[in-house]
Design a protein around this ligand. Structure first.
Ligand code: SF4
Ligand code: SF4
Length: 363
């Protein structure tokens, strides 16, 4: 049996599901803070096999979705700056900003390029020395090491036409902000797998220790997610909140110090504006003074008009777990993946897109 098959083994899954059904937890709300988990939970049908007493909530775990309109508008303004080519991940293009998306800007003839990695952006900078290549860096702790590596490489190669517009964010301050708002009841948290592989499982100890909330770090296979859910339910049942790492084949308590070391070398913390949350202190990664030459915000003097949200879009509430996508009036009608009004319907890790693709019949 291959490792992957082992994590999809239906016999093992059935026995965990049966145990979950036998558990005596009463009503319990479990939140995942990771867009990858949101999609994996839907795709594997885990929601549909849970007892009615278990409520699965999606939190602010999609980096595309939490990017604010103000930051999107900044990317649009950069794209319209003479001599600048803006590069970013594909999901970002369709997200509507206050007035237009990067896709619409590209259709007007401005250079917007999709890249699959920061190294693609670097390559473009080497191939086009007469243009300024700006990488619009979205993401959480998972993507930050690659952005840091790109900056370090650019410096090493002496590239003068590469810079980063960083809107990268940290999940822990985001999770803390959500809990501080107190709008949703969270009885347990499925901890993000990729993020934790970088920052370490220990980073989540604050949940049981400060909030009495059990947390289980999970991988992305059905058995990973079931095991994490079961572990949370067991801790809840026994009233012993703790940190459990069900993804120890990838995640270490201390994380990947080398990768995070590169992030700390290049970036420092600053406040960041999150969609649905507003400004969260020390939740954003910005380039350190020593790397100012690679900071698009310092290199280009752009003017951005006041940002605004689409009046019908409730992505902010979806991201805070306050409503489910079905509760947004335009879900599946005025807002679809082909014609999205908000990022949660665009991103491959967005909650609205996941509901749309996997659970439309419940709308
Ligand atoms: S990058 Fe990985 S950990 Fe972060 S939200 Fe996406 S799937 Fe989850
Ligand atoms: S359905 Fe569309 S408009 Fe409504 S919350 Fe989701 S993405 Fe935003």
């Amino acid at each position: 049996m291959s490792v992957l098959t082992a994590f999809r083994d239906s016999e093992r899954a059935r026995s965990i599901i049966e145990r979950i059904h036998r558990r005596n937890t009463g009503d319990i709300s479990i939140m995942e803070f990771c867009g990858g988990h949101t999609v994996a939970i839907f795709r594997s049908g885990i929601r549909s096999v849970m007892p009615e007493s278990v409520r699965m909530l999606s939190g602010p775990g999609c980096p595309v979705c939490v990017t604010s309109n103000a930051d999107l508008d900044r990317a649009v303004a950069l794209a319209k700056t003479p001599g600048v080519t803006i590069t970013t991940y594909g999901d970002m293009l369709k997200v509507p900003g206050s007035r237009e998306s990067l896709m619409q800007v590209r259709a007007q003839g401005y250079p917007v390029e999709i890249v699959y990695s920061t190294l693609d952006a670097l390559k473009l900078a080497e191939e086009q020395p007469d243009r300024e290549i700006v990488f619009f860096a979205i993401g959480f702790e998972t993507t930050a090491p690659a952005a840091a590596a790109a900056v370090l490489q650019a410096r090493k190669r002496g590239l003068k036409n590469f810079s980063i517009c960083s809107v990268m964010k940290l999940t822990i301050p985001g999770a803390r902000a959500l809990l501080a708002m107190g709008e949703v009841k969270v009885d347990g948290v499925i901890g993000p797998g990729h993020v934790s592989s970088i920052i370490g499982s220990d980073a989540w100890r604050f949940l049981p220790e400060e909030h009495g909330i059990p947390v289980a770090i999970s991988g992305f296979e059905p058995l990973d997610l079931l095991a994490a859910t079961d572990a949370i339910m067991e801790m809840h049942e026994q009233r012993r909140p703790a940190l459990v790492n069900t993804y120890s084949r990838v995640v270490r308590p201390e994380g990947n110090r080398k990768a995070w070391g590169a992030v700390e070398e290049v970036f420092t913390l600053d406040e960041a504006g999150w969609r649905g949350f507003g400004i969260i202190p020390e939740s954003g990664l910005v380039l350190r003074e020593e790397f100012a030459d690679f900071d698009a915000d310092r290199r280009f003097d752009i003017t951005v008009e006041d940002s605004e949200e689409h009046p019908a879009c409730r992505c902010g509430e979806v991201l805070r777990g306050v409503i489910t996508p079905h509760e947004c009036k335009v879900f599946g009608t005025a807002c679809t993946p082909e014609s999205p009004l908000g990022p949660c319907m665009v991103s491959s890790e967005g909650s609205c897109a996941a509901y749309y693709h996997y659970q439309r019949q419940l709308a």
